[in-house]
Design a binder for this molecule. Structure first.
Ligand code: ZN
Ligand code: ZN
Length: 369
């Protein structure tokens, strides 16, 4: 019988409170689980949303863009070994209709598995403090901690010559953006894309589109530093909506229209412009979180006569076990410089790091351990 492991974890005790770093115990790995020593963990919008009110049980250890080294494997685990370098992603069951269809982001048990706070298999706790339960298992990891318990399903082995410390965002934010362009929209060489919002997800979509040889890529973003970075990363056009409020007219003036659009903002008038920017048979992918009461703000006749598709996309339609290695392959080939989006902070500065992302100073903060 293996014993639990002492660790330090960033805990949110009540909605809206800052993270506090406290001593905890992490459960030893059971079947289909591994214990990972965390070396880096990106902060994603979902972490800050959960801290400030998105419904998760409290107190909780968040963090879902972890990277690290396998320290222990559970009974029967053969596909991962102690010492493996890994990136942690979202959890899925592997058995439902959508998992069987290689679409694990739409797993029928996605929400209980990733946001339930306990092991989905038996409801037990993965994190305790002096024997008292703390919610964990966040996205099958809870990686704002020196050690995380992950499932083999959401643990992806990566090459040891990669910079492990910064790889965590490949497990959520970068995968969400790049996968939306490459997997969900299926953008191909020469095709055009307009991206509304140049944050971590929007710029990752740009990187993915560039990696597969897309043609025109327009980024609409009011933050000047982000707009300029978009141009450096290969956007053919940057539109600043503060200077050019009619972004739709500008897109039509520049290129006539686009094959694909992605909205990362969740703002209804932005989505309305994105629909109208599409050429016939165009597809709009929605990634942003809308206001709860928002309804779709599009003209149905206008969509009908162009044969438009509008769809929501979760985690970039990615299967992490295949898409993370694809992204690291692009990175090694110099075609996917996602490191340009990141900035490192020591784990102890988790509150400062989250604030830097919320205020727009930093695109993708990564905590280092
Ligand atoms: Zn499933
Ligand atoms: Zn995320």
């Amino acid at each position: 019988m293996s014993t639990s492991i002492a660790a330090k974890a960033a805990i949110v005790r009540n909605v809206g409170e800052p993270w506090t770093i406290e001593n905890v115990e992490i459960s030893a790995p059971q079947a289909n689980e591994v214990l990972v020593r965390i070396v880096g963990a990106g902060i994603c919008h979902t972490d800050t949303a959960c801290r400030t009110g998105f419904p998760v049980p409290m107190p909780i250890v968040l963090g879902h863009e972890g990277s690290g080294v396998v320290e222990q494997v559970g009974p029967g685990v053969t596909d991962l070994q102690v010492g493996d370098h890994v990136v942690l992603s979202f959890d899925s069951c592997g058995e439902c209709r959508n998992c069987a269809d290689d679409q694990p982001a739409y797993c029928f048990t996605f929400y209980p598995r990733n946001l339930g706070g306990v092991r989905a298999v038996d409801g037990s706790n993965t994190v305790t403090q002096n024997g008292q339960p703390i919610n964990g298992a966040f996205f099958g990891q809870s990686s704002f901690a020196t050690y995380a318990l992950a499932r083999t399903k959401n643990t992806v082995k990566v090459d040891k010559d990669l910079p492990l410390e910064i790889l965590g965002p490949l497990g959520c934010g970068v995968q969400t953006g790049a996968g939306a362009a490459v997997n969900a929209l299926g953008i191909r060489a020469g095709e055009s894309l307009a991206i509304f919002g140049g944050g971590a997800v929007g710029l990752s979509a740009l990187l993915g589109a560039r990696a597969v040889g897309a043609g025109t890529v327009i980024v609409v973003e009011p933050n000047v530093a982000r707009g300029q970075l978009a141009l450096e990363l290969g956007a053919t056009h940057w539109i600043n909506p503060k200077e050019t409020p009619d972004t739709l007219a500008k897109i039509k003036e520049l290129v006539g229209g686009v094959n694909y659009a992605l909205d990362t903002t969740g703002i209804p008038p932005v989505m309305a412009a994105a629909v109208e920017a599409l050429l016939p048979r165009g597809v709009l992918g929605l990634l942003g979180v809308p206001p709860p009461e928002a309804t779709v703000p599009a003209n149905m006749m206008s969509m009908l006569i162009r044969g438009i598709t509008v769809r929501y996309i979760i985690e970039g339609d990615s299967d992490p076990q295949t898409f993370i290695p694809r992204m690291t392959g692009w990175y090694k080939a110099g075609k996917f410089p996602f490191d340009r989006l990141t900035r490192k902070f020591p784990f102890e500065q988790i509150n400062e790091a989250a604030h830097a992302a919320e205020s727009g100073q930093v695109i993708k903060p990564i905590l280092t351990f």
